[in-house]
Design a protein around this ligand. Structure first.
Ligand SMILES: *Cc1c(COP(=O)(O)O)cnc(C)c1O
Length: 397
């Protein structure tokens, strides 16, 4: 997945353009810029590739999720349904806006279980946040119809799945709003950065203003701009956008490399009958940034994880024992350890978590291992790695 592995001449050229020119800010300074608008160019590039009418760049992926929620009007007391397996950014964003994260089970896609979503809907539910983990997707068809039937927003966190598609549509473009991260370990990186995409003009205008203090971006005198509503600063810089622009242009190349490397490893692991793969809904195509598979039980998964480490098979995650991505280790959330007082509504809304259990999610995550697919491997190296993985798994069964 990491685009940083292939940083090269194109990235250097785009960054040097900005350095030579000296305008690091994405707005204003029209006279000084000599036609350089890297953030605008990157927005256009992403709009094309992700088949979306509107793109708003932001400072990072966590900001993207926050801005998507805010742009659609999610706020105090609203419940947002999200998966137990995700990144901490999901609940951070929801809670920053005073909304309440309602965590529900995942299924064999490693994404939101539509049945669990339906059960969790209450009169306070405002949005469903689907998180497309490890390069693939949840059962999007079912989730779309649930959201439609219950008049809920569908927000897609596609930070880990840029370039994956469902029925020909890029992930991120299926929900009402889609979110991307270009942090240092994502498929394309801008060092730090993110994007919100949408086909909804109002959400886009809201995102455009909200990410820049509510300024309305009318005319060319920034000081004269009015504020239709309150905002904040979630801006990206021209330097970051320049790196992102070079990487975004190379996304098709990165996806092709991932697909080749993924295929070699998948073919090798397929020969082990005890290994099964994460389900991909019909019509879905992964971005091949990870290979995610299930082992027969937790004990074997523990053994395989240890064997991988011993044999130098790096970048594989057994999320059951990981502090960043799975509810089991989120004591700071369960105990609401906040630096500042949290509203009564959120405190009460989230109290269910201190005793909640998620046996269905546990059953999948305990048996799952997900390995990053790197871009810099040669075909020879991938084959060697696949053979090592097969050997380690067979020895652990
Ligand atoms: C990386 C990531 C984010 C946050 O992105 P940052 O740019 O690191 O803030 C959010 N959600 C998911 C699923 C991610 O993987």
């Amino acid at each position: 997945m990491p685009g940083f592995e292939l940083i090269g001449d194109l990235e250097r050229k785009e960054v040097n353009d900005v350095l030579d020119n000296g305008v690091f800010m994405r707005y204003g300074f029209d006279g000084m810029r000599n036609g350089h608008w890297k953030a605008k160019e990157l927005e256009a590039e992403l709009g094309n590739q992700l088949k979306s009418k509107h793109v708003q760049l932001v400072s990072n992926g966590t900001a993207a999720v926050t801005v998507a929620l805010a742009a659609a009007g999610v706020g105090a007391g609203d419940e947002v349904i999200m998966p137990t397996f995700t990144f901490v950014a999901s609940f951070e964003s929801i809670m920053l806006l005073g909304a309440i994260p309602i965590l529900v089970d995942i299924d064999d896609t490693l994404g939101l279980d539509p049945k669990a979503v339906e059960t969790a809907i209450t009169p306070k539910t405002k949005a469903v946040m689907v998180v497309q983990m490890c390069g693939s997707m949840a059962r999007m068809g079912e989730l779309q119809s649930i959201c439609k039937d219950h008049n809920l927003l569908l927000i897609e966190d596609a930070c880990q799945a840029i370039g994956a598609t469902f029925k020909g549509k890029p992930l991120g473009s299926i929900g009402d709003l889609g979110c991307f991260s270009f942090d240092f370990v994502k498929t394309i990186t801008s060092a730090e950065g993110g994007a919100v995409i949408t086909n909804n003009e109002t959400y886009y205008t809201n995102a455009d203003h909200y990410t820049d203090h509510g300024h309305d971006h009318v005319g060319s005198d920034r000081g004269a701009e009015t504020h239709p509503f309150l905002g904040y600063n979630f801006r990206i810089s021209e330097l970051h956008a320049a790196v992102g622009l070079a990487q975004a242009k190379r996304l098709p190349e990165f996806l092709a490399i991932q697909k080749r490397n993924f295929g070699i490893i998948r073919d090798a692991l397929s020969e082990i009958p005890e290994v099964t793969f994460r389900a991909v809904p019909e019509g879905g195509e992964e971005n091949y940034g990870f290979i995610s598979f299930f082992l027969p039980d937790l004990d074997i998964a523990n053994k395989v994880s240890a064997a991988f480490k011993e044999d130098g098979v790096d970048a594989c995650f057994h999320y059951y024992n990981n502090n960043w991505h799975y509810i089991r280790r989120w004591d700071h959330l369960k105990e609401l350890k906040s630096l500042f007082p949290i509203t009564k509504e959120v405190k009460e809304g989230i109290s269910y978590l201190s005793s909640a259990e998620f046996p269905q999610s546990d059953a999948y995550i305990a048996r799952n291992i997900s390995c990053l697919i790197k871009l810099s491997w040669t075909e020879e190296q991938v084959k060697e790695r696949a053979a090592k993985m097969v050997k380690a798994i067979k020895a652990s069964l």
